[in-house]
Design a protein around this ligand. Structure first.
Ligand code: CU
Length: 118
């Protein structure tokens, strides 16, 4: 008779490394918002963009029509959009915390709301 004793030892590895990546402490990086107006429609609509006070927002606008983008903030800004624009850059730097709507006045839509944190 043969008696075999088998001992199995299970080592359960516990990976406990939590990689959090870098929290953007360099608030200087601009936030890019791509806006496209084509065939009577604007993209995006009702987007939400988080940004810090003093951090630049760059809207890159491509359009096949004349329109007007209006930044309902303090300071306020109006950007004239012309047909044929391809990635035209408009810049805005929020100065106070709060919510700022960017609208098209031609198509009567809210493109995005900037959520400005201190
Ligand atoms: Cu407006």
């Amino acid at each position: 008779m043969i008696t075999a004793v088998a001992a199995a030892v299970l080592l359960a590895g516990c990976g406990g490394s939590t990689d959090r990546g870098d929290e953007g402490s360099e608030a200087a990086e601009p936030v890019v918002l791509d806006v496209t107006i084509a065939d009577g429609e604007v993209t995006p609509t009702n987007d939400r963009v988080e940004v810090s006070v003093g951090q630049e927002v760059v809207a890159r606008v491509t359009s096949d029509a004349a329109d007007e983008l209006h930044v309902h903030g303090e300071p306020e800004a109006t950007w004239a959009v012309e047909p044929g624009m391809e990635g035209e850059e408009f810049r805005y730097t929020p100065q106070i915390p709060g919510q700022i709507a960017i609208e098209t006045h031609g198509l009567h839509a809210t493109v995005a709301t900037l959520v400005v944190t201190p």
